[in-house]
Design a protein around this ligand. Structure first.
Ligand SMILES: [Zn+2]
Length: 267
């Protein structure tokens, strides 16, 4: 286990302990229980040996579910996260479409596990705004060393339940690569050792691989710089809002499949 994962796992242990205390106080099963106490029958075998698990990975400030779908059982894990910024929502239909494509093409999941989180900021999506309902930019609320305390970033890393849910999922599944879908910059940005993946994705579509720079307390900073795992900040254009799911898939479907099968070439 790499040192980044060890450190992160220790942090999770502390976090889980405090959540347990909250549950005991409030009687609220909260978000962690829904992840840890999943009954075994939630795993549904599909044809060609694919398994699929769907569960609530956490809850927003306003108690909306943050759903997760886990396909396959292989050791190589890719995680796709959409709509951490509620007003950058084109990644959500794209992720749903990828989900259906993987179910219809089980060979793509052979030997790997795909974790899909179609809406990371459900309250923000509900209001079509960037932040969660506390006014915190969730993509500045992660425990990276460049975290900065501000009213917009939070008093401390992981102050927000939505960021906690993503952190738990990442520590639980230890993905070997992550794609987080945003708008509107129109490029494929990366943090950590993500350049090869970014360039492989760029070969399948009109978006260019380009470094934007590590933002304080961002998911990219935490995963790329602290955990030292490849993470892509996929910036779709603003105009992607106007595309149907099928149109999104025609433009960006091969790119999403490339992220899944990397380092193999997308079919
Ligand atoms: Zn964004």
């Amino acid at each position: 286990m790499k040192s980044g994962w060890v450190l992160a796992a220790l942090m999770l242990a502390g976090c889980a302990a405090s959540e347990g205390a909250r549950e005991a106080r409030t009687g609220d099963p909260g978000t962690s229980a829904s992840v840890r106490e999943r009954p075994p029958h939630a795993v549904k075998p599909l044809r060609a040996g694919i398994s699929q698990q769907t569960f609530t990975a956490g809850r927003s400030v306003e108690n909306r579910p943050i759903d997760a779908h886990v396909l396959g059982v292989g050791a190589d894990t890719v995680m796709i996260i959409a709509t951490i910024h509620g007003d950058e929502a084109a990644g959500t239909p794209l992720t749903h479409r990828l989900h259906r494509h993987l179910l219809a093409n089980p060979g793509l999941v052979d030997g790997r596990r795909v974790v899909l989180i179609p809406v990371a900021n459900p309250d923000g999506l509900h209001r079509r705004r960037r932040t969660n309902v506390h006014g915190i930019d969730l993509n500045r609320n992660f425990p990276a060393s460049n975290f900065r305390t501000t009213r917009r970033h939070g008093k401390k890393p992981l102050s927000e339940p939505e960021a906690q849910a993503l952190q738990r999922m990442i520590l639980r599944y230890a993905p070997s690569r992550i794609v987080s879908i945003h708008q509107p910059v129109s490029c494929i940005d990366w943090d950590g050792p993500g350049e090869k993946l970014a360039r492989a994705m760029a070969e399948t579509c009109s978006l260019k691989a380009k470094r934007i720079g590590s933002r304080p307390g961002s998911l990219g900073s935490w995963v790329g710089l602290e955990l030292k795992k490849p993470i892509i900040t996929l910036e779709l254009p603003r105009s992607a809002d106007r595309l149907t799911e099928d149109q999104l898939w025609r433009r960006y479907g091969r790119m999403m499949v490339q992220a899944v099968v990397f380092p193999d070439l997308a079919p």
